[in-house]
Design a protein around this ligand. Structure first.
Ligand code: SF4
Length: 336
């Protein structure tokens, strides 16, 4: 059973300037499935479509972004929801925070700088459930922050009185107060130093393990995926180019772009020079024909410049979109 099914999703930005219209194909034919009780990572460099994918999945599509095809359907405990068709009122009342919540980069986007943390909890709970008994509300919130290992006095603090790591922990506490089915964590540790980052990731993992909900973890940082994700999808230029259980992605990547991302990771004691990819990511208003990675791919062959590689199932939940994988039989190691 799946929590979320995304099929053939196409989401484009359409802009018009000085009479010239432009279509940026930010998400182009993406299909994926999120299962209950897993941490699903989405990786890829900036402008690969990760943020646009989150916007559509969370039902926050606003012009100039428009969905041009595909479906995004949830199977919540409370019932089925087609996020592309659900009304704004229903989304606000029954889906946001209660079924889908967010932990974003820089917790200040969710915390009000002039209100104490307890007031932000109050605002969110009042909007979605109402507060009938203040005593009950306070003990519920105190218990919740205690379970997350936060000191109780955090509730009476203003955001600026807390460290970056503590603010991000509070953001996680807010995102989990209704025990949602899906937590979308968008670059949750990017602004934090390595030690604090580890604590925040550990917290996210512990909460997911205890609540058995699903976390969609979106970050360019492959080391973060290696540490917490159960499965990882790699995005390049608006498409998923590879998806597999985390161990397979790191031990046996089959797509040349995934191999590049993994080979770029720093290794203690390794002083070898890392090879950069030639060129830069494509302009999604005018993406290359065929495989979008072909102008930069060290393994490109003629067909790569003319035909889009289809997604190929390699077994064991591993799928990849690369002509070389179908052309040369996948070896036991998985690399073409
Ligand atoms: Fe490289 Fe061709 Fe595979 Fe694309 S399809 S990743 S260009 S080998």
């Amino acid at each position: 059973m799946s929590l979320l099914q995304v099929q053939g999703l196409k989401a484009y930005y359409k802009t018009e300037m000085y009479g010239i219209s432009r279509t940026v194909r930010a998400v182009d034919d993406v299909s994926l499935e999120l299962r209950p009780n897993e941490i699903y990572g989405v990786a890829g460099e900036s402008s690969c479509g990760k943020t646009t994918l989150i916007k559509v999945i969370s039902g926050t599509v606003k012009p100039p972004l428009k969905v041009h095809g595909g479906s995004v359907e949830y199977q919540f405990k409370s019932g089925k929801v087609d996020i592309l068709k659900v009304s704004g009122e229903e989304l606000q009342k029954n889906v946001r925070w209660k079924e889908i919540s967010y932990v974003m980069q820089g917790s200040m986007s969710v915390l009000n700088p002039v209100r104490k943390v307890i007031k932000t909890f109050e605002d969110i709970i009042t909007t979605h459930e109402g507060i009938r008994n203040r005593g009950e509300f306070l003990s519920r919130i105190k218990e919740h922050v205690k379970l997350l290992g936060l000191p109780p006095d955090v509730l009476n603090s203003y955001p600026h009185e807390l460290s970056g790591g503590m603010r991000q922990r509070v953001a996680i506490a807010l995102a989990t107060v209704f025990n949602p089915s899906l937590i979308i964590a968008d670059e949750p540790t990017t602004a934090l130093d390595v030690v604090v980052q580890r604590g925040v990731l550990q917290l996210l993992k512990e909460i997911q393990g205890a609540s058995r909900n699903t976390v969609l973890l979106v970050t360019h940082d492959m080391a973060v995926h290696a540490n917490v994700a159960d499965r990882v999808a790699i995005m390049y230029a608006g498409r998923i180019v590879e998806e597999a259980p985390t161990e397979i992605i790191f031990r046996r990547p089959s797509h040349p772009y995934t191999s590049h991302l993994i080979d770029s990771l720093p290794v203690i004691g390794d002083k070898s020079v890392k090879n950069a990819l030639k060129g830069s990511p494509p302009n999604l208003a005018n993406p290359p024909q065929g495989c979008r990675f072909h102008p930069r791919c060290p393994r490109a062959i003629d067909i790569c410049g003319t035909q889009i590689p289809g997604m190929r199932d390699l077994g064991g939940g591993h799928r990849t979109a690369c002509h070389r994988v179908s052309e040369e039989k996948t070896t036991k190691e998985g690399r073409p």
